[in-house]
Design a protein around this ligand. Structure first.
Ligand code: NAP
Ligand code: MG
Length: 810
């Protein structure tokens, strides 16, 4: 009974003996728990805090009581001053002059995440947690300076153990274990309306973390100041775990603090509008402070200077650097507690768990910025919002993982390996630039070798540019091409060309020895004419020989026609074709080459593998027992010798059938395969498929060489009709989808070849965002005619691309 007596004596002193009500019911362990729960509380301090021995922070004031806080604009790293700060910051870091503190006491429950907020995966393709992203930053500081900044993580009673276990389980993300420490924020009891402490269980007093201002006493009680690195440091950097863009120990920030000698720099951002719900910095009654937005008088909120900027517009970003000496001194003085009425779960008078409907308890919290009461030279260090501020607070909407991802990628922009970029003509050239400006550049550090295949440049370079571009695709393995004009007599005149240049696509195909695959883009609401088709049917056309390279002639009645073959050794064989004894007529001599057919087979098989689709091939081998049969045999041979194993590994099949059977099967299928066709079949059926899938503007095309080079483009042309309107200043509702998907195809392929998961993720997300938009009924004019969506909205080109860009990282 020793413990009971001790507790009774102690609690009675404060009138809190009801906390022992369940002692008789508790077993030995329960009693121990209650004992330590009670003994961990500083009763003196708690009651002082409760009974209002704390200054009330909020009080009425007017514009005449406040003046703006001193501001330093963060200089650019390339500017003179920025360089000076940066170098100083690096010097401080190298000497161990700064430690980093992360406030991570919160849980991820508002994000629908169980566990500490720092363990939250914000949806990057690497699935890194917020903690890992922070450690990564310090790792790159180490790469830069050779010094390990010590990271101190402030946890809370609820997540301390889980946090430490998370770091243990993940090997401290490659950072030295002795350079990451954890300290726990202090707890304070929650009081009922009558000023009494409560029980959350029969063996536990209700307590809660003591607010972000508790960090200072926790730095002391958690041993940070007295730790080896803490003792060495002259500066303490503090930021929050939920800001995924916070630049830990930003050298410019640290260097500025060191060179200006300010006791505290606090990062601020300009508020977005007069009504933004965020506290602003000012000097009130001679003291620097943050005023809650609810307390800011209207005239103060709206006041602007001669440059049109808010005079009181500096919003708190929650990122600070303090001189340690100042902090040690100030934190000893203690901060005031602010009272809140809150809902708190607890035991009712019958010892049953009780969840109040309305706020009915008093919670006490300290505010971090109340420390400014003790510090004279607090200076705002104004940053650009988009550079360093992306908090994750809500599951959806503002400050959510989606908004944070968007800001994250806009800041870092995905680096990539090089691809060949082939620009083109007319309306598609306009679309091309807009896609780059609006959708790609904001998120990707585009890395292309640029070739201008516009008709004027092809003419100026005697079409050498096309050959160079083809060789670039061979070298880089990946290219993306804009539609180009294939000149005809009218174009010759229109552009005053030197001659009728070849079709660039024919040149590319020839140099790459490639096969063209055409694939429709399928979106909700745009139903294929064949209702059973659910997935794309990719069609491959062997674009060499057969009827397209045939020699033909008219034949008089009474003529005899034969094929005459001269072997290398001079032997001549004549094969009779037809005796025209009944009538005059026509003949055609067709050919194909085994090597070309073999390349075609290889291209089809590597393409099927690369997109994981079954491959069908069809010809008329029953009738054409030598000609078409050779196609069948070569496909068979290439498959058996080179691809069977990889197809099996990937779980896809190769399947040969007669062309008539193939047509019937294609129509009855649900899609989702590659259909390899001979030249003529491919010509006819690719147009049929394009028409059945909806629109030319939704058809993409890939040229694949047998050695694995990929060139992506839209199947449509340069859309001259739209270009005329565009030049006349009229809005056009040109559909950019096929051209955009040519880009995403090329980026995805580049990503796959380089193992760049960010680039692959970008391509996937961009396509998804595009299809989602169309599925929701927001589309360009050409699709509005085809879509079965209700509430369709027609967007112009810029509007459509802008919407896509906005939602890529949703
Ligand atoms: P086109 O440029 O594909 O345009 C034909 C019509 O299809 C357009 O007038 C338009 O119909 C519709 N259309 C095509 N793409 C569209 C899109 N993205 N958004 C909205 N509507 C779209 O074919 P063309 O007029 O026969 O050829 C024009 C030039 O392109 C020629 O010089 C040709 O040589 C060249 N071409 C190049 C390639 C290539 O580089 N791969 C391929 C084909 C043609 P509405 O007018 O009804 O809106
Ligand atoms: Mg055709």
């Amino acid at each position: 009974m020793e413990k009971y007596d001790e507790l009774l004596k102690f609690t009675s002193k404060y009138g809190q003996q009801h906390l022992l009500k369940y002692w008789p019911e508790l077993d030995e362990e329960g009693r121990d728990r209650l004992y330590s729960s009670i003994k961990s509380i500083d009763f003196d301090k708690s009651f002082k805090a409760y009974s209002g021995d704390s200054r009330e922070a909020s009080s009425e004031f007017s514009l005449s009581d406040v003046s703006p806080i001193e501001v330093i604009e963060k200089p650019d790293e390339s500017a003179e001053l920025g360089k000076k700060y940066y170098e100083k910051g690096i010097e401080v870091i190298k000497k161990g002059g700064v430690i980093a503190v992360t406030m991570a006491g919160g849980q991820g429950s508002r994000l629908g995440h169980e566990g500490p907020k720092g363990t939250f995966d914000m949806g990057l393709p690497t699935h890194k947690s917020l903690f890992e992203l922070q450690v990564d930053q310090l790792s790159s500081i180490h790469e830069n300076t050779g010094a390990y900044v010590h990271l101190y993580i402030m946890t809370s009673e609820i997540n301390h153990n889980q946090t430490v276990e998370f770091f243990e389980a993940n090997g401290y993300f490659g950072y030295p274990k002795d350079k990451i420490s954890f300290f726990c924020q202090n707890m304070i009891p929650v009081f009922d309306r009558n000023g009494n402490m409560m029980l959350s269980a029969k063996d536990k007093v209700v307590t809660a973390a003591d607010g972000n201002g508790g960090i200072f006493s926790a730095l002391e009680s958690g041993g940070v100041f007295s730790s080896e690195d803490g003792k060495k440091a002259a500066f303490i950097y503090i930021s929050q775990i939920d800001n995924c863009l916070a630049e830990l120990c930003d050298p410019i920030f640290i260097g500025c603090a060191a060179l200006t000698g300010k006791s505290c720099l606090t990062k601020t951002l300009m508020k977005a509008g007069p009504d933004e719900k965020a506290g602003v910095y000012c000097v009130k009654n001679g003291r620097p402070c943050v005023v809650e937005y609810t307390e800011v008088p209207k005239d103060m909120a709206e006041l602007k200077d001669s440059n049109g900027e808010f005079v009181f517009g500096d919003v708190n970003a929650g990122i600070y650097v303090f001189k340690k000496s100042v902090l040690e001194h100030a934190s000893n003085r203690g901060l005031p507690y602010h009272k809140y009425v809150k809902k708190t779960e607890r035991l009712d008078e019958n010892g049953k768990p009780f969840k109040p409907e309305v706020p009915d308890c008093i919670k006490l919290e300290m505010f971090l910025f109340d420390i400014f009461e003790y510090i004279d030279d607090v200076t705002a260090f104004r940053i650009k919002r988009e550079d360093e501020f992306a908090p994750i607070k809500n599951a959806t909407g503002v400050d959510s993982p989606a908004t944070a991802r968007n800001l994250y990628y806009r800041k870092f922009r995905i680096p990539m390996g090089k691809i060949a970029e082939l620009d083109g003509d007319e309306m598609t050239r306009v679309v091309w630039q807009k896609i780059k400006d609006i959708v790609l550049e904001p998120y990707i550090r585009l890395n292309t070798e640029y070739y201008d295949l516009s008709i004027t440049n092809r003419d100026a370079t005697d079409d050498k540019v096309t050959v160079e571009a083809a060789n670039a695709i061979k070298r880089l393995k990946v290219g993306v091409k804009c539609a180009t004009i294939t000149p005809n007599a009218q174009r010759l005149e229109e552009y005053k060309l030197k001659k009728l240049w070849r079709s660039p696509n024919a040149t590319l195909r020839e140099i790459l020895d490639g096969t063209v695959f055409r694939a429709p883009v399928i979106a909700d609401g745009i139903k294929p004419l064949v209702s059973g088709w659910k997935k794309p049917i990719v069609i491959a056309r062997h674009a060499y020989g057969d009827v397209y390279a045939a020699k033909e002639t008219a034949v008089k009645k009474g003529s005899k026609v034969c094929i005459s073959v001269t072997d290398p050794d001079g032997t001549v064989t004549n094969i009779p074709v037809h005796d025209f004894e009944r009538s005059s007529g026509i003949v055609s001599g067709m050919h194909n080459e085994d090597d070309s057919i073999r390349s075609f087979a290889r291209s089809c098989m590597s393409f099927s593998l690369s997109c994981g689709l079954d491959l069908w091939f069809s010809s008329k081998d029953t009738v054409s027992k030598t000609y078409d049969h050779r196609f069948k045999d070569i496909f068979e041979e290439v498959f058996e010798n080179e691809y069977r194993k990889s197809f099996e590994d990937k779980g896809i099949t190769y399947f040969y059938t007669l062309i008539d059977d193939a047509v019937a099967r294609v129509v009855r299928s649900e899609g989702g395969f590659v259909w390899a066709c001979k030249n003529y079949d491919g010509d006819v059926f690719s147009d049929m498929l394009a028409a059945c899938f909806g629109s030319l503007s939704m058809m993409t095309s890939v040229l694949v060489s047998p050695d694995g080079c990929f060139e992506y483009e839209a199947a449509h042309g340069t859309i001259p009709k739209h270009y005329k309107k565009y030049l006349a200043g009229e809005p056009t509702s040109t559909n950019p989808i096929a051209t955009l998907f040519a880009w995403t195809g090329a980026l995805r392929k580049r990503g796959e070849l380089d193992g760049n998961v960010f680039l692959i993720d970008f391509a996937d997300r961009t396509e998804r965002a595009t299809l989602k938009l169309v599925g929701e009924g927001r589309m360009t004019g050409d699709l509005v005619r085809l879509s079965s969506c209700e509430n369709k909205v027609t967007l112009d080109l810029d509007g459509f691309l802008g919407e896509i860009a906005k939602h890529i990282y949703d």
